[in-house]
Design a protein. Structure first.
Length: 339
């Protein structure tokens, strides 16, 4: 076969692939744009576009159905777009931010995260919640909300309904934490730095952390944000550990658990971001792109979610989410009061 023929075949294959993927990519792109617009029009900073996109996707899937032609692009958004976005998350972290928390603060974050993850999986077994759903709720509560749920599911391999339910749990209880912790912090007259570490180590989403932290003043808000970003960094080792455990446990009988190579990309980007100071404008663009790509992934997740299967899971996972939130909040407070 001549080089010209090979080139034509390659071009034809690329064209066919793009033709298959573009309809679904366009759909998730449009939903992500709508979700971003909803957040900006409402002006509610804590209203996550990720959650809005998932809700819009669920509504479209269950009210009108997902077009068959869009399925390849939806799958691409759920896998490739999501993993690329997680790699880009590394641009929001530096090793200097981690050092700024200090060893006592890092100890609080690490202990609260590990203990909450283990407790939530155990409580899930006690409540009779499916192990994969319990693991996703554990990840979302202990690490960083929706982003942790969808990243962890690359190795947990739960259903789309598992992911949607877990995200609903961390959204509901993270929002409650955002309202409750400032009141409790005021009642206990907590030091701003200690209050910030408590919020950053225990509240679910970054936006919720910012909302709760700055209600106690700028010093508390800054401490909360840095603590939260340090906590996000622990997502990488968590996923690597879960992936290794899944492979050792023979994940698979359903096919071997994937090696989460994208997590290594995330870690490499953190190191790069720590060593090289990007121009502020470029850094802002990357942060915005990351948020948009994650929103596209959540839109795809919603488009794959059957609400009838979601209802069939009942209230036990919701009770698990409440237990996990209570556990991390109380443990985090106890640890902060000790330092």
């Amino acid at each position: 076969m001549s080089m010209i023929d090979q080139g034509r075949r390659t071009s034809s294959a690329i064209g066919a692939w793009l033709g298959g993927v573009l309809p679904g990519l366009g759909l998730t792109f449009a939903i992500a744009c709508a979700a971003m617009a909803v957040q900006r029009l409402t002006g509610i900073a804590a209203l996550s576009p990720l959650v809005v996109a998932m809700v819009l996707g669920i509504a479209l899937r269950n009210l009108g159905g997902t077009p068959q032609a869009a399925r390849p692009g939806i799958t691409f958004s759920l896998r490739r777009v999501l993993r690329f976005a997680i790699v880009l998350l590394g641009f929001q972290l530096t090793l200097d931010q981690v050092r700024a928390v200090g060893l006592p603060g890092l100890a609080v974050i690490a202990v609260a995260l590990a203990a909450t993850f283990v407790f939530t999986r155990w409580a899930g077994r006690m409540l009779g919640v499916e192990p994969r759903l319990a693991e996703l709720i554990a990840a979302g509560t202990s690490v960083c909300g929706a982003s942790a749920v969808i990243a962890t599911n690359t190795v947990t391999r739960g259903t789309d309904e598992d992911v949607a339910y877990a995200i609903a749990c961390v959204t509901v209880f993270g929002s409650l934490a955002m309202l409750a912790l400032p009141v409790l912090g005021e009642m206990m007259a907590m030091d701003p730095a200690h209050y910030g570490i408590w919020v950053g180590a225990t509240v679910h989403e970054v936006a919720q952390v910012v909302g709760a932290g700055f209600q106690h003043g700028p010093e508390a808000g800054q401490a909360a944000t840095v603590a939260k970003l340090s906590r996000v960094m622990l997502l990488a080792p968590l996923i690597l550990i879960l992936g290794a455990a899944a492979r050792r446990g023979g994940a698979a009988a359903q096919g071997s658990a994937p090696t989460p190579w994208f997590v290594l990309g995330f870690a490499a980007v953190v190191l790069f971001n720590s060593a090289v100071a990007l121009p502020a404008a470029l850094h802002g663009e990357i942060v915005g792109l990351t948020a948009f790509l994650l929103t596209m992934a959540l839109a795809a997740m919603g488009l794959e979610t059957d609400i009838r299967k979601l209802r069939a899971k009942g209230l036990r996972p919701l009770a698990l989410g409440a237990l996990a939130w209570s556990f991390i909040a109380m443990l985090g407070l106890g640890l902060v009061l000790l330092i």
